[in-house]
Write a protein that binds this ligand. Structure first.
Ligand code: FAD
Length: 621
């Protein structure tokens, strides 16, 4: 007897239509593929979104060229090297590992097959407080229990589990309903299914507000809210949905690719090149060229003057910058560009990359130093766009998890001090209320940030002041972020992620007014972060293929979480040990019977008890 994929028996005769179906499917696939063959796609920018879109389009049959202004790939997710020290220029926390696996799986490969080794950080973070206390966030439930009970007692741990359950819901619903969907119009938001889902995501609550419900000490509220900074947002403003970020760390861990975060993107570049993608580095694009009627993109012009024709143009450069600089400046485009420049941007940073001549064992891989004036430290950044008097900051020691990040006996240290973004976009002098003025004394400001970091680190960890051991320093300030990667106002995480900047309110993946130009990356759908940009690449690539009637090669692959985690298939071949047998209250029919039983019992009690009570009252008993 033969069995199908679900384990059902299939008689030999049944094979014929199955085979015929597969042959027909292949013919249709070839037909659709032929629509892509010979089509030329240009991708502007080799950031996470650009690299992944290029590989996906090549897989679908396009001939793809990626044009990157810098001499390296990865954009923000790139590396800095100095005399044996290696630093992650931007991302250092690999979260949502399944979205990475999905990107590789859709390209018929895997992280392992491409030689990417993910190292699991033994502790997620050490959070250092000014009063000398600390908290180690971890996937280890026993460690979490001990620490939470220390501060909030037994009930505290109970409430932590409740918070985790809510954050789990935010995570699962976001992955299935948001990260894999393109929101092309406002109507996508008001379908009943999405409205119901939306309510469960608590988008109108704030991360801080929900944390107040579950954590009753200020200390734990801080511990479980600072992660909104990954989106460049204050926990006092960020929609409560984003508790999913800390949930993924606690449930799935924080990972680090051996060789640096860029190792993942380098592998995707190799996969793309195998599929035929051509990378042209040191190749800045000046503008997207359009057809005479202005309705279609016909290619791009490089800064060097060369013109490249294409059937499809995908812009991975920062979206706000692109609308003001790369797309043709028609009056409509100008006014759209202006409206984008006014939208809330994420924060910027003063980032230090320090080579140390010794190790600092007091520091773990990921360290968070929270300002005592917690709320004020966010308000200074997000309301006044400045450097807080007492900044909160993040210290990453890649050499703690991966020895290849520094020469033996030394450490490489990255410090990220979040600050406000620049007041106006480069080349535009628009009156903007707040921002870090371009003409301020930057060396003095950087010096203030450095001094705050050095004194806080030694005061809280007990290590000697790091400045004695720094042999070399590299700095990225907001202007450097803007220059290196064309990030509008130096906002390191792109457009903000407040309620009116996400879902259907986020700028679309199809360029305004241009039928065959698209966007991918942190400032379009679904949003910022390397895994999210990879999910965005899938959305944009599928939109392109759909527009051109080209079959999606990875169609039929379930989203990774469904694929990997749907449990043991349930059929007659399932081992009895693995048979799913819901508890009594989980079986709907039984539940209904139970409800009816309870209801009837209550009515029965009322029916008999009421006259009995009356009789008792009348008899004066
Ligand atoms: C300091 C910092 C820390 C971060 N930490 C994390 C983290 O821990 N985990 C995480 O997941 N994410 C993190 N992020 C966010 C993450 O790095 C980004 O969301 C993601 O890398 C954005 O990818 P992207 O596709 O938008 O491309 P980008 O990285 O923006 O790349 C776009 C590319 O386009 C190029 N380009 C621009 N203009 C032109 C032009 N005219 N011609 C040719 N090329 C052009 C740029 O040079 C760049 O290479 C961090 C970011 C920063 C800056």
């Amino acid at each position: 007897m033969n069995y199908d994929r679900e384990g059902q028996p299939v008689a030999a005769l049944v094979w014929f239509p199955v085979l015929a179906g597969e042959i027909a499917e292949r013919i249709v696939w070839k037909h659709h593929l032929s629509r892509a063959i010979g089509k030329r796609a240009i991708v502007v920018g080799a950031g996470a979104g650009g690299i992944a879109t290029a590989a996906r389009l090549a897989k679908a049959g396009f001939s793809v060229t990626v044009l990157e202004k810098n001499s390296f790939t990865g954009g923000r997710c790139s590396l800095i090297f100095h005399e044996g020290h290696r630093f992650d220029q931007g991302p250092s926390l690999l979260l949502l590992p399944k979205l990475f696996q999905e990107a590789f799986r859709d390209l018929d490969t895997s992280l392992e097959a491409e030689g990417v080794e993910l190292l699991r950080c033994p502790t997620n973070y050490k959070v250092w407080f000014a009063d000398g206390e600390s908290f180690e966030l971890s996937t280890d439930l026993a460690r979490m229990k001990t620490q939470i009970e220390r501060w909030e007692g037994k009930d505290g741990f109970h409430r932590y589990l409740d918070w985790l359950r809510e954050a789990h819901q935010h995570y699962e619903l976001s992955v299935s309903e948001v990260l894999h969907r393109n929101f092309t119009s406002f109507w996508n938001l008001i379908v009943p299914h999405f409205v119901l889902t939306g309510l469960k995501l608590h988008p109108l609550h704030r991360v801080w507000g929900r944390a107040q419900k579950y954590f009753w000490t200020e200390r734990l509220r801080r511990v479980f809210t600072f992660a909104t900074m990954y989106m460049g947002m204050s926990p006092f403003d960020a929609p409560a949905t984003y508790s999913l970020l800390q949930y993924t760390e606690l449930a799935e861990g924080i990972w680090y690719p051996r060789g640096g975060f860029h190792a993942v993107l380098a592998a995707l570049v190799r996969v793309g090149e195998r599929l035929g993608v051509e990378y042209r580095l040191n190749t800045p694009v000046r503008q997207v060229l359009v057809s005479p009627d202005g309705k279609k993109a016909r290619g791009v012009q490089l800064e060097a003057g060369e013109i490249l024709e294409a059937d499809v143009v995908v812009v991975n450069a920062d979206l706000v910058y692109a609308y003001s600089n790369l797309f043709p400046q028609t009056p409509k485009m100008q006014s759209y560009g202006k409206s984008l420049r006014k939208k809330d941007g994420s924060c910027s940073s003063i980032s230090f990359y320090w080579s140390l001549d010794r190790t600092v064992p007091e520091l773990q891989t990921h360290n968070i130093f929270l300002a005592d004036e917690y709320r004020e430290s966010f308000d200074a950044i997000f309301d006044r766009q400045s450097l807080p008097k007492e900044p909160s900051f993040y210290v990453n020691v890649p050499s703690r998890i991966d020895a290849s990040a520094a020469p033996e006996g030394r450490d490489s240290v990255v410090v990220l001090v979040p600050v406000g973004h620049l007041p106006e976009s480069k080349g535009f002098s628009e009156p903007k209320s707040a921002g870090m003025p371009r003409d301020q004394d930057w060396p003095a400001l950087v010096d203030r940030a450095r001094r705050a970091v050095l004194s806080t680190v030694s005061a809280r960890t007990g290590c000697e002041s790091l400045d004695k051991f720094i042999t070399h320093e590299i700095i990225n300030d907001p202007a450097a972020w803007e220059d290196k990667f064309n990030l509008d106002k130096g906002s390191i995480l792109g457009l903000g992620h407040g309620f009116f900047n996400v879902l259907a309110f986020r700028p679309a993946t199809r360029a305004k007014g241009l039928a065959n130009a698209y966007l991918v990356g942190a400032s379009t759908h679904p949003g910022t972060g390397v895994p999210i940009a990879l999910a965005g690449a899938k959305i944009t690539a599928e939109q392109i293929l759909d527009d051109l009637g080209v079959m999606v090669p990875w169609q039929g692959n379930a989203a990774v979480d469904l694929d990997m985690d749907r449990g043991v298939p349930q059929n007659e071949k399932t081992n009895p040990l693995d048979r799913i047998q819901p508890g009594v209250s989980q079986v709907p029919a039984l539940r209904v019977v139970l409800y009816i039983y309870v209801l009837v019992s209550m009515l029965w009690i009322l029916w008999y008890w009421y006259p009995m009570r009356k009789t008792l009252l009348v008899s004066g008993a």
